[in-house]
Design a protein around this ligand. Structure first.
Ligand SMILES: [Zn+2]
Length: 376
């Protein structure tokens, strides 16, 4: 009500009649504005019915495609603390990650080892029903990271939401938006973005870890996980998740004879439960192993170096899906981990789809788009 009163009425010194007129004016104004607000919920409070509508707000565009407009994550020489930090955890469904640094700054980061073009960043502010199209990215290079201020701090405060209605963020211009009131996502129509978005079917959050900080030679963890390991691993996780989100994979998995920890064939319902458990794994702490092919259980997901090299061209399911089988509670007695003697089981079914996807060039991360040829 305060915002929509046209002027603060000065206290009338004259007659009661004047007071009544002023009050009427204020009330009328209040009701008429309220009506306008209901009709056009996203219009400025200040706009009046006679006012001409402004041209649609234009989307600010950024590029994070060179050393002057962005840094890079996971580069050689980066500290172990940063390489493995919890702040670097990302959701598999948001490998193009935007997060609030504080109320006025946001960080844009690409956790995929490939360039992403033509993305739109969406901002949801708590209490608003539709996300706002915050800005467009022309190009963000592989593993690029950059902190930028919200554009409305200095630029236009008008944005379009996903229904193309105008939203004015003027109220946040000086204060910014509290970090706990915002969430971000990305969208786009390119083949790569559509594939990356499909990974949101999985609940995985991923970070990289040095499981052997004391460098104990007796265990099977690599002494120091390297930035190159992490660079390669980011692509492996995308391809693995892409295979698992596909309907073809779920169908093949449910049709496959798979035994439980007691070597008994699982029912379709039990297989569906196991498959859902895989999609819903909340945490992947990824590390690199030596002497063995993998180590898995709980949120630990360790793979040998050779798998980080071959996942773009060869099957990794006998090791990767094996460890995931452990992560969702299956032992070596179950064909969720090792195939049975007649070569049936989860790793066979998923491996067949993975190989088909390689053959058809469907996996999102390939040798042709991976950004550092020297890693291959
Ligand atoms: Zn095992």
């Amino acid at each position: 009500m305060k915002q929509i009163s046209p002027k603060k009425p000065t206290r009338p010194k004259s007659s009661h009649l004047t007071l009544a007129i002023v009050l009427c004016f204020v009330l009328l104004n209040f009701f008429s504005c309220k009506k306008l607000e209901q009709l056009n919920p996203l219009k400025d409070h200040g706009s009046s019915p006679g006012q001409k509508s402004e041209p649609a707000p234009s989307l600010v565009e950024y590029n994070f495609d060179n050393d002057s407009n962005s840094g890079l994550m996971f580069q050689d020489g980066e500290s172990m603390a940063l390489l493995t930090s919890e702040a670097r955890r990302y959701e598999i469904g948001k490998v193009l990650r935007v997060k609030a640094v504080d109320s006025t700054m946001i960080e844009v980061a690409n956790f995929a080892p490939v360039d992403i073009l033509d993305a739109t960043i969406l901002l949801t502010i708590e209490g608003q029903s539709k996300p706002i199209k915050l800005f467009r990215i022309g190009k963000i290079r592989a593993h690029a990271v950059k902190a930028i201020p919200y554009s409305f701090i200095k630029g236009s405060t008008k944005f379009l939401n996903t229904d193309n209605q105008v939203v004015d963020l003027a109220q946040y211009r000086t204060t910014g938006i509290p970090t706990n009131k915002v969430s971000f996502d990305f969208t786009g129509t390119t083949d790569l973005i559509i594939k990356l978005k499909s990974l949101a079917k999985l609940k995985w959050t991923i970070k990289y870890q040095d499981f052997d900080p004391a460098d104990d030679p007796a265990n099977n963890w690599k002494e120091n996980i390297s930035p190159k390991d992490v660079r390669r691993f980011t692509g492996l996780m995308i391809n693995l998740a892409y295979m698992l989100q596909a309907d073809t994979t779920q169908k093949a998995f449910l049709a496959e004879p798979i035994t439980d920890n007691n070597k008994v064939l699982m029912t379709t319902q039990q297989k569906q439960q196991a498959f859902n458990s895989i999609l819903n794994i909340p945490k992947f702490n990824c590390g690199v192993v030596v002497n063995v092919s993998g180590l898995g259980g709980g949120s630990t997901f360790g793979l040998a170096d050779y798998l980080l090299v071959k996942y773009m061209t060869k099957n990794i399911c006998y090791e990767a899906v094996h460890e995931i089988g452990h992560m969702v509670g299956f032992s070596h007695s179950s064909s969720m981990t090792y195939p049975t003697s007649d070569n049936r089981g989860a790793v066979v079914a998923t491996g067949n789809v993975y190989m088909m996807m390689i053959a058809k060039g469907l996996l999102p991360i390939k040798t042709s788009n991976y950004y550092k040829p020297s890693d291959l």
